[in-house]
Design a protein. Structure first.
Length: 265
């Protein structure tokens, strides 16, 4: 029987780094993906992109399977309503089995990030952008975020923009709007006390080439009371080994040595 993780009191954030091609020691268990996921993986223009997409979705299935106690390949996903238009393209949800768990997935340039919580959650990981990308995209941000970035030394500007951008995307994914919401409406800058009410936003350490963040919505119940008192539930960063996605592997993801850190907003 597969070991089972209890639903997190706060949030669990899982980090997976894709190895270089020469360091890959197994074959991804593609049999766990549904037809839509397989088709999307095949449509990626670059082989590395298709491999990362497949790895990310196998990782999501195996992580969620550890919480719900069901085979990874049996999980059925859907979408909740979008807050902007009420159409069914909002936050991802588990259709089968029915579960109160919330989750979010992001992947970029060899890195995968998964968030799991009992409240709304969004995660985002991005490769540190070029100076030109940062310059163009900064114009869409909140006025105070733009002012803060303008004070960052040029040598650190792209990484600072990347940290702010992943906070923004994580929050919008947590809302369920994605980039359909105006990027200038919400402040996710350096002053955490000014972040959107009812949300805790944390930076996730992802190495020198990436920036990452998680946004957890403590809008209701006891978690909201703790957040209002400045004591949001813990965010635990966990490591997901690439070997856990290979055919024939059934690693125990409940092991304490999978925990990398406790993150603070």
């Amino acid at each position: 029987m597969t070991a089972k993780l209890a639903p997190p009191a706060g949030a669990d954030v899982w980090l997976l780094r894709q190895p270089k091609p020469d360091d890959i020691t197994g074959v991804l268990d593609m049999a766990e993906l549904d037809e839509k996921e397989l088709q999307r993986a095949r449509q990626c223009r670059r082989q590395a992109g298709g491999y990362l997409y497949a790895a990310a979705h196998i990782a999501l299935r195996r992580v969620l399977a550890t919480y719900v106690g069901r085979p990874a390949g049996s999980l059925v996903f859907g979408r909740g309503p979008c807050p902007c238009c009420d159409q069914q393209h909002g936050r991802p949800v588990l259709r089968e089995p029915e579960s109160d768990l919330h989750f979010s997935l992001s992947h970029s340039s060899g890195m995968v990030l998964i968030g799991v919580a009992q409240v709304p959650i969004g995660v985002d990981v991005e490769k540190v952008p070029s100076a030109e990308t940062a310059r163009v995209c900064t114009a869409a941000l909140h006025a105070d975020e733009r002012a803060e970035l303008a004070e960052v030394p040029e040598c650190a500007g792209t990484a600072a923009f990347g940290r702010l951008w992943t906070r923004k995307e994580a929050y919008l994914k947590g809302l369920g709007t994605g980039l359909g919401r105006d990027l200038s409406l919400d402040y996710l800058g350096w002053e955490s006390a000014r972040h959107p009410a009812g949300w805790s936003v944390v930076d996730v350490p992802a190495g020198p080439r990436h920036t990452a963040a998680a946004a957890i919505g403590y809008g209701e119940g006891a978690t909201a009371a703790r957040a209002a008192a400045g004591e949001p539930a813990p965010v635990t960063l966990r490591w997901l080994p690439m070997e856990s996605l290979y055919s024939g592997s059934r690693p125990d993801l409940t092991r304490d040595d999978a925990i990398l850190a406790e993150l603070a907003a």
